[in-house]
Ligand binder design. Structure first.
Ligand code: CO
Length: 136
């Protein structure tokens, strides 16, 4: 597979408003908007950094994956997303190699991206997302 770069860092927060006070207010990263992805029970706020982004993730429901992450581990980095050239080809390659996947087929992420998560048991405990963005 061809990895093009780090697309974003996903950071679980209890409150995007409070997170924004640090990432925007203190570090000075531009706040580029927020988007709710209903099927993942999450609202995502974007702070571009060069070719990458910091993405703050706030759960929209107590049983959402981000809420469960915070319950277990507290606030902090939840996943790392790599941008790939061809997500379908990358997933086919991982399946061939027997790598455990959370998403065997791509799903829709924020910002019109196609995304898929690898299982942390296959990555040394890191939740890894692969992400394909049309036109980038
Ligand atoms: Co992500």
């Amino acid at each position: 597979m061809k990895i093009l770069g780090i697309d974003h860092l996903g950071i679980a927060v209890k409150s995007i408003e409070e997170g924004r006070a640090f990432w925007n207010g203190v570090l000075g990263l531009a706040f580029a908007g927020a988007e709710t992805v209903a099927e993942q029970k999450v609202t995502t706020a974007f702070f571009p950094v060069g070719e990458s982004e910091v993405e703050l993730l706030e759960s929209t429901a107590p049983d959402g994956p981000v809420a469960r992450f915070i319950e277990k581990k507290g606030e902090g980095i939840q996943h790392i997303a790599f941008r790939v050239e061809d997500l379908d080809a990358a997933l086919a390659e991982l399946k061939d190699r027997g790598v455990a996947l959370i998403d065997a087929t791509p799903r829709r992420g924020a910002g019109g991206a196609r995304i898929a998560f690898l299982h942390p048991k296959a990555t040394g405990g890191v939740l890894v997302e692969l992400c394909e963005r049309p036109g980038r």
